[in-house]
Design a binder for this molecule. Structure first.
Ligand code: SRM
Ligand code: SF4
Length: 572
């Protein structure tokens, strides 16, 4: 596969730096993400990284400084500094890793990551509870199995997602390989990571350090995802750049291109809103990288660098107009988009249990509640990894596929799973379609519980469903501990976002396969009101629904919520 177009990769930043936000100056002065991180790691007086700028720069290296929020008040009372620790996010394009990589991740999590790993909503692993002295051992350990954490966070292109299920399409392997290629292509090129974390010497060169990103990188994070219909497991409409694979009789024809998706909003700031990505046309498979370059370059050059709350691509598109943006992308690509091709999504969930692909390989999807791998699950999966000869695939719903199992290996894997996951096949339909973000106690932005609370709330919703004969009805439920929406709650049929401890906004009316935003029906409510509203609405759904009608569609048809037609009208 070759790309026929080379775009101008010079950084033609149109806005003078001195008039931009402080983060732009910080990036500009960072010497391509080096800052003083290496010195800060040596500081023995604090468990933190002392420079505020370095804390921000470390995000570009996949690392977040956090503190244990359960201990915050007590430590303040004791006049101790917060219990600083770090979260490390791995870059894992398409969510695929080998058994050898799994064993290394497991070893590092046991040694340095509080004996837990977290599968994220963008198909990767996070280590939590990492102390400053353990940062290098983890990153160097990952390097031994060719894993890294470059650009897992920061103002750059984040982990590239790809539909995970190998049975979704005969072109799955081809598209997954392309997702990996795009990820490698858009990753920052600075050698800062190698110097700081691997101890490599700085080598002077004549080539620009960041031929695409320049000194100030992107205005904000940028997210890319590939979806293979009929599966929209990656929520392609939540991506800054979404690519929907289109097949033809001859093979993989190319991709429909959608741009400008994003979830984040701020309560009581109507100028911030979630937005579903807009369709702008079709590109042949061989031109995807040229397209990604052009789309990112437009956001790089026109994204708002003064106000980070307004800096995502969705706002650039709405400010400039979709037609203007599309024309600018085409100008930079050097060719026009073709008319979008027909496709159908059926769901954004995972297919559970064992499945077999035409190549005779077997794939087992395991439900990992909220993506949390505790010691018990780590033990079981370490046993699997020791004998597995295929791959592990992380899903965007925070689940896990033991993929590519040979027939002769299946009984041994079944035996391990039967011992450690006896209930895996009996998890309720509701839980199979539920996601929560991490939130407390590690997330610094959390306003309410999410991962630690959703299982309890689901029990109560399960009771309502059982009373109404709806237990087998798939309904998507997503909870986030704040309005940032890391669980993509604004496209769930039932969405909850944290407002304060024990208080949530409740949203209804999202599309079952991620095609429509929901709308807030109650603000700042506690569990009792959540349950009352759901009992009434689900009761009506049981009595009044039409055959095959999804809950989200019903709430709109029944007039319980007004349909959101565009992101900017979300707050109306
Ligand atoms: Fe997220 C910030 C966790 C997917 C929107 N997200 C954060 C931080 C890093 C908090 C912070 O900035 O200090 C959270 C770390 C919590 C912790 O303790 O681990 C965090 N986000 C996560 C993860 C781990 C949630 C999970 O439970 O799986 C997901 C990691 C994905 C990955 O592997 O890269 C995660 N975050 C998302 C998604 C979903 C997606 O991308 O498909 C979104 C919504 C889509 C989007 O970007 O619009 C998302 N996270 C945000 C935002 C709001 C961005 C915005 O445009 O307003 C923030 C806050 C920010 O960037 O300022 C945020
Ligand atoms: Fe943290 Fe909010 Fe994201 Fe949840 S949605 S992980 S609380 S930033």
């Amino acid at each position: 596969m070759t790309d026929t177009t080379v775009i101008d990769r010079t950084h033609d930043l149109s806005q003078p730096l001195e008039r931009l936000g402080p983060d732009e100056t910080m990036k500009d002065r960072s010497d391509y993400l080096r800052g003083t991180i290496a010195d800060g790691l040596l500081d023995r007086i604090t468990g933190a990284v002392p420079s505020v700028d370095d804390v921000k720069l470390m995000k570009f290296h996949g690392i977040y400084q956090q503190d244990d929020r359960d201990l915050r008040d007590e430590r303040r009372r004791q006049r101790l500094e917060p219990a600083y620790q770090f979260m490390i996010r791995v870059r894992l394009p398409g969510g695929v890793c080998t058994p050898a990589q799994w064993l290394k991740l497991d070893e590092l999590a046991r040694a340095h990551g509080g004996e837990t790993l977290r599968i994220t909503t963008r198909q990767t692993f996070q280590f939590h509870w990492v102390l400053k002295d353990s940062l290098r051992p983890i990153i160097q350990g990952l390097h031994e199995t060719l894993l890294d954490t470059v650009a897992a966070c920061g103002d750059d292109s984040r982990g590239v997602m790809c539909t995970v299920d190998p049975q979704s399409s005969r072109f799955h392997a081809e598209v997954a390989a392309l997702a990996k290629r795009v990820s490698d292509h858009v990753v920052p090129k600075t050698r800062a990571y190698h110097e700081i974390w691997y101890g490599n010497e700085r080598v002077a060169g004549s080539d620009p350090e960041e031929p695409f990103y320049g000194r100030t990188y992107m205005p904000r994070k940028f997210k890319i995802g590939f979806a293979l219909p009929p599966s929209n497991d990656i929520d392609v409409y939540a991506q800054d750049l979404g690519l929907i694979a289109i097949e033809s009789d001859e093979g993989l024809a190319g991709f429909n291109v959608v741009i400008g998706g994003g979830m984040g909003r701020t309560d009581q700031a109507p100028e911030t809103y979630p937005r579903l990505a807009s369709m702008i046309g079709f590109v042949p498979a061989g031109r995807v990288i040229a397209c990604a370059d052009a789309v990112m370059a437009v956001q790089r050059d026109y994204g708002d660098r003064r106000d980070r709350q307004h800096a995502r691509f969705k706002y650039t598109i709405d400010d400039k107009g979709l037609d203007w943006i599309k024309n600018e992308i085409e100008r930079r690509m050097g060719f026009p988009f073709e008319r979008e091709r027909a496709f159908d999504f059926a769901s954004n969930g995972d297919s559970y249990g064992w499945n077999t692909t035409p190549d005779g390989r077997h794939h087992r999807t395991l439900i990992i509640e909220n993506g949390r791998l505790d010691l018990k699950l780590l033990d079981a999966l370490r046993d699997v990894a020791r004998l597995h000869r295929g791959a592990f695939r992380l899903t965007a719903n925070q689940n896990l596929i033991i993929a590519g199992v040979k027939t002769e290996d299946r009984p041994a894997i079944d035996a391990i799973l039967a011992e450690h996951f006896p209930d895996s096949d009996h998890v309720s339909t509701l839980r199979r379609n539920a996601i929560s973000c991490v939130a407390l106690p590690t997330c610094g932005l959390a306003m309410a519980e999410s991962e630690r609370y959703l299982p309890t709330l689901l029990e109560k919703i399960e009771t309502i469903l059982a009373e109404n004969g709806l237990s087998d009805e798939p309904i998507t439920v997503r909870m986030s501990g704040c309005p940032n929406g890391c669980s993509r709650p604004y496209i769930a049929e039932i969405g909850l976002t944290g407002r304060a401890p024990g208080k949530y906004n409740l949203y209804l009316g999202g599309g079952f396969h991620g095609e429509r935003l929901n709308r807030m029906v109650k603000e700042n409510i506690g569990e009792a009101t959540i349950i009352d509203v759901l009992a009434e609405t689900l009761g009506r759904y049981a009595r009044e629904r039409q055959p095959g009608e999804h809950f989200g569609d019903f709430t709109i048809r029944a007039g319980i919520v007004r349909e959101v037609t565009e992101g900017r009208f979300f707050n109306d």
